[in-house]
Design a protein around this ligand. Structure first.
Ligand SMILES: Nc1ncnc2c1ncn2[C@@H]1O[C@H](COP(=O)(O)OP(=O)(O)O)[C@@H](O)[C@H]1O
Ligand SMILES: [Mg+2]
Length: 285
């Protein structure tokens, strides 16, 4: 079982979007995936169509057995965030608070991958994620501010590694919301690579292109591959997930070539009535 965390202290850089796509793609490729929403903003859980009134991450961290906290999504199981999770900083004030997730996951068996979506903060929940993760993916938007913020994130990851989790490694930096048409994106790619080399890591080969299908799929609570398997974002996230798989598995395992394709049964567990569309222009994907 490999645990992968998606992190950045900045919000809006594609952590949740990437965690959703990775969980879905691994799931539809035949792997058994547990997603844990570690962000009190609950975006991962919302986009997964989870019931936010049920027991989830918060109760699991408090010691509740996993089977009482799990929900089934089409392609993965989820420990959803609920309102309790926003109390985590106050609630979890005991010694050893960094190890709650590690302890809770200890007896959990039967998953190939655990996907952790984290909050845009180095709070107790993020620290719990870094304490148990094998690999961390740093999601970055392709701009100067993200580049500047990198030192700080990497320092935090290195501190987590030093004090809590010697196993932790940075799988790489993923560029999100990439605009292929601008020169700036190209230049930024080079600068991110320079930084990545300094940190002893890499920039993932496939940047994730800006694509309106991402927002549409999240509004409809459908994963990007079921929403539109051939859009740019699906292509990019599929390539990214395979690269991540190779890195996390140290090149020892082969990607399952005959992985089952998503079927029409892959609809969200909870269906939300569609809002009438006001726009008259054709949708771009
Ligand atoms: N590749 C993309 N193309 C278009 N919109 C995107 C893309 N990636 C993320 N977004 C949108 O950007 C916003 C922030 O992304 P999100 O994954 O929630 O970031 P974070 O979890 O880091 O705060 C969301 O509204 C999401 O739908
Ligand atoms: Mg998020």
């Amino acid at each position: 079982m490999k645990v992968i965390a998606f992190t950045n202290k900045k919000g809006g850089v594609g952590k949740t979007t990437t965690a959703l796509a990775t969980a879905a793609y691994l799931g539809q490729s035949g792997f058994s995936v547990l997603a844990v929403d570690m962000d009190p903003q609950m975006n991962f859980s919302l986009a997964s169509g989870a019931d936010l009134e049920q027991a989830g991450t918060f109760e699991f961290l408090k010691g509740e057995p996993i089977e009482n906290c799990l929900q089934q999504c089409p392609k993965y199981k989820i420990l959803a965030a609920n309102r309790g999770l926003s109390r985590a900083d106050k609630e979890f004030d005991q010694f050893g608070r960094e190890h709650l997730l590690e302890t809770a996951l200890g007896p959990v068996k039967g998953y190939d991958y655990v996907i952790l979506d984290t909050a845009p903060a180095m709070n107790v929940l993020t620290l719990n994620a870094l304490t148990v993760a094998d690999a961390v993916v740093i999601c970055c938007q392709t701009d100067a501010f993200s580049l500047e913020g990198l030192d700080d994130i990497v320092e935090n990851v290195n501190l987590a590694k030093k004090y809590y989790n010697p196993n932790l490694s940075i799988a790489g930096i993923l560029l999100t919301r990439y605009n292929v048409r601008t020169k700036i994106s190209e230049q930024a790619m080079d600068e991110f690579w320079d930084k990545a080399k300094d940190y002893g890591t890499r920039v993932f080969a496939t940047p994730i292109r800006e694509n309106v299908a991402i927002k549409e799929s999240q509004m409809r609570k459908i994963d990007i591959f079921s929403y539109n398997a051939t859009c740019n974002a699906s292509e990019d996230y599929a390539a990214f997930t395979k690269e991540l798989f190779t890195i996390v598995e140290g090149g020892k395992k082969k990607w399952p070539e005959n992985s089952p394709k998503p079927s029409s049964k892959d609809t969200p567990r909870i269906s939300i009535p569609r809002q009438p569309r006001k726009r008259t222009t054709a949708r771009r994907r």
